[in-house]
Design a binder for this molecule. Structure first.
Ligand code: PMP
Ligand code: G9A
Length: 406
């Protein structure tokens, strides 16, 4: 028998399973109402439109769409994304600054590979996206968390933390942030903080990884430009994805960065998968070219906003007093903190018995915190499931509270 423990790299020992990915298996049970994964609603997928586009792609571009493509991605798609990004406030970029990746998840792994030596520090939010934590952790880095408030990452604490780290051997390399409708906390960082975070990165010579899958899922927030829009020094690596606005199954995302960083990510990607799915790149490109993407985003927002409202109403109705939750103005998640004494990881076993699932708060923390919190997704379930699932969850919390008081 191979002695695998001896053979595995040190890096392999640092890798952790994703709680969200593991939960996806549990929640395959059709009886379970899942508020766990950040999944789009299945009824949102524009199946008929895509059927037409797929057959056009086959007849117009079949031989190219089935072939390997360049590592950076389809030029027409990159140019179309650059044009959209210009409208969003990213003025100094062209398609050459864009690289199409197999999901933003791949880009997160690539930036970990590019910037982190073992022992270097990546700064993240408390809480932050679990997939980011896991990608960076596999490069054997130190992860430092900065608490969030209703305006996202606490910029005052960020600067203090960087100063503290500079005195230690843990060299800070980048700040990872999801500034718009954050996963999991749902909050949005105001423009003033976006400018401050750039000032801090400039002063301490750091990179900012701006991860923005949810910016377009905006129900009632005023538009705030990406952090990248204030970046004059080429330090911000901006990422967005088609996963939440078209299809996660396409595995299509894009990264916007300086020429130099784009070239480096391209080299990472050559080792990872050579190129992103050519077929879905052609489909997404046609979908955008026909003007369908903006219409589709409008439809999604019309579908998700009432789901958000329903979840908030049901929370008020069914959850016992003592919880806090800020109504998210966009995105897919409500972040709930329960009364003192509740551990949502332990309570999860009870929730599954009641056929309802969520992601416990600790999964999103690099400091062991978040034990009283949980993330609830409102995009995936039907309205009836939201109502029923919140009722079940209310019962679970109530039972738990009784055991604490007793
Ligand atoms: N970043 C964040 C903040 C996310 O929420 C997700 C998916 N839930 C991703 C990155 C990865 O998205 P994808 O790989 O599907 O583009
Ligand atoms: O299914 C995944 O892993 C992507 C979704 C991420 C999330 O739930 O935050």
């Amino acid at each position: 028998m191979a002695n695998l423990e001896r053979l595995y790299s040190d890096r392999a020992g640092k890798m952790k399973k994703s709680v969200i990915r593991e939960l996806l298996k549990v929640t395959q049970d059709p009886e379970i109402i899942s508020f766990a994964g950040g999944l789009p609603n299945p009824n949102s997928f524009p199946i008929e439109d895509l059927e037409g586009i797929i057959s056009q792609v086959m007849s117009k571009f079949g031989t190219k769409a089935l072939q390997y493509g360049t590592t950076k991605g389809l030029k027409e798609l990159r140019d179309a994304i650059a044009e959209r990004s210009y409208k969003d406030g990213l003025k100094n970029i062209t398609g050459e600054n864009i690289i199409i990746t197999s999901g933003s998840q791949q880009a997160l792994d690539s930036v970990g590979k590019l910037f982190l030596n073992p022992g270097d520090t990546a700064i993240v939010g408390l809480p932050t996206y679990l997939g980011g934590i896991n990608a960076f952790r596999s490069y054997e880095c130190n992860l430092e968390g900065i608490p969030l408030d209703k305006d996202g990452m606490r910029i005052d604490i960020l600067e203090e933390k960087i100063k503290e780290l500079l005195g230690k051997e843990y060299v800070p390399k980048f700040i990872y942030t999801v500034p718009t409708f954050q996963n999991p906390a749902g909050v949005i960082m105001p423009e003033s903080s976006r400018k401050k975070i750039i000032d801090i990165a400039n002063e301490y010579d750091l990179i900012i990884i701006e991860d923005d899958p949810y910016g377009k899922l905006n129900y009632d927030a005023s538009y705030v430009k990406p952090i990248k829009a204030f970046d004059d020094e080429g330090r911000v690596i901006y990422m967005s994805t088609f996963s939440k606005i078209l299809s996660p199954g396409f595995r299509l995302a894009w990264t916007i960065a300086s020429d130099e960083i784009t070239r480096k990510i391209e080299i990472c990607k050559q080792a990872l998968d050579l190129c992103t799915n050519t077929f879905t790149q052609y489909i997404a490109c046609e979908f955008m070219r026909q003007g369908s993407l903006d219409l589709h985003i409008m439809k999604i927002n019309e579908m998700y906003k009432p789901k958000r409202d329903l979840m908030m109403q049901a929370m008020e109705q069914y959850f016992p007093e003592g919880y806090t939750c800020n109504k998210p103005k966009g995105g897919m998640f409500a972040w709930v903190t329960l009364a003192e004494g509740i551990d949502t990881e332990i309570m999860f076993l009870e929730a599954i018995k009641h056929k309802v699932a969520y992601v416990h708060g600790k999964a999103f923390h690099v400091d062991g915190g978040g034990e009283r919190s949980m993330r609830l997704n409102f995009s995936y379930s039907t309205n009836d499931q939201i109502e029923e699932g919140m009722k079940r969850l209310g019962t679970v919390i109530e039972k738990k509270l009784r055991t604490i008081v007793a």
